[in-house]
Design a binder for this molecule. Structure first.
Ligand code: SF4
Length: 326
């Protein structure tokens, strides 16, 4: 992981936006010093040869990944197993969340060749399970729902054995968008609540808690066979009682799988870490969530929505079968 300096400007040397400020809307904010991470969060720099092969293949297909754009700490481990989370519809987001390192601004027009290139890369990487996410595209009438559907269809064609997980934006004020994605039948429909409702104005200012919940509820109603999944970050100042309430809300919306991970501050202009939650505290959250009836819970400091998503998908299927047999 970086200090704040490296990712204030675009890190892709030679890229079309190299040297530009990634977060112009945050430039005026006072710096928030980045706290030293505890030992349980440190990760090694990527060195594995397969990491470099994965990187080269993604570059060759001109694909963007959230692994890089969000400066994910797990990139060395995931890419060494050829697991990369594709980020479609460009690398510029129309929202300006307080936690997120993805560039903010006005995105480019959609690239209609992208679904095919994603599908080709999925086939070449030989993925059993792929996670496809995107930037928020508030500028598009459907929020990018049709592009998600086209990407799912292209992957089904090129890699019929691969299971598909989508991690979508909230489609706020995009009527019909959830229906379009659900009709494309991903295997997992994931949307992250990210944090407790009290912190939305500072952490997800462009989002609405109840819209995110509604999306998850609606996806389950439209396609009950699809697994639904959501993720939360901790360490932003949330209270335990608030976490319990969010878990209850997610269960009421029928969500199957909950992920919980530690928030890490990407730059000095992003929200400060309020607390490094200990592994023991994560285990407590996991036990609490399991008690609420989620089919699967993953809660560790380095858990991210897409971390170990392929192995977790197999566990999800097994848990559903066990629940049906019981
Ligand atoms: S956890 Fe997800 S975003 Fe992070 S490197 Fe792994 S696949 Fe990429």
């Amino acid at each position: 992981m970086s200090t704040g300096i490296r990712i204030e400007v675009d890190h892709r040397a030679g890229g079309p936006r190299a040297g530009e400020l990634r977060h112009p809307e945050k430039a005026h904010r006072p710096d928030q010093p980045i706290a030293r991470k505890p030992a349980w969060i440190r990760v090694k720099a990527p060195t594995h040869p397969v990491y470099h092969e994965t990187r080269a293949l993604l570059r060759e297909h001109r694909l963007v990944t959230v692994c890089e754009e969000a400066a994910c700490p797990n990139v060395g481990e995931c890419w060494a197993h050829r697991h990369a989370t594709m980020m479609i519809m460009g690398e510029t987001c129309t929202r300006a969340c307080g936690f997120c390192n993805v560039r903010t601004g006005l995105p480019d027009a959609l690239d209609t060749g992208e679904p095919g290139r994603v599908a080709e890369a999925v086939a070449k990487l030989g993925l059993r399970h792929v996670v496809v996410t995107s930037v928020d595209r508030d500028d598009l009438p459907d929020g990018g729902a049709a592009h998600f559907a086209a990407t799912i269809a292209a992957i089904r064609d090129a890699a019929p054995g691969t299971t598909i997980e989508v991690l979508t934006p909230d489609f706020l004020r995009k009527p019909g968008a959830i229906e379009v994605v659900a009709a494309a039948r991903p295997d997992v429909f994931n949307h992250n609540l990210e944090t407790v409702p009290r912190l939305y104005p500072s952490i997800r200012p462009g989002a609405r808690y109840y819209q995110s919940l509604r999306l998850l509820d609606e996806a389950k109603r439209l396609a009950p066979g699809i697994f639904t999944k959501s993720g939360l970050m901790v360490g932003l100042g949330e209270e335990r009682a608030e976490m319990v309430q969010v878990m209850d809300d997610l269960r009421i919306a029928g969500v199957d799988f909950l992920t919980i991970g530690q928030y890490l501050q990407p730059t000095v202009k992003h929200a400060a870490v309020a607390e490094f939650v200990t592994p023991e505290h994560f285990a407590e959250y996991a036990a609490l969530a399991r008690g609420k009836g989620f089919l699967l819970v993953s809660a560790t400091p380095l858990t991210r929505s897409s971390y170990h998503a392929d192995a977790d998908f197999a566990l999800l299927r097994a848990a559903r079968e066990a629940a049906r047999a019981a």
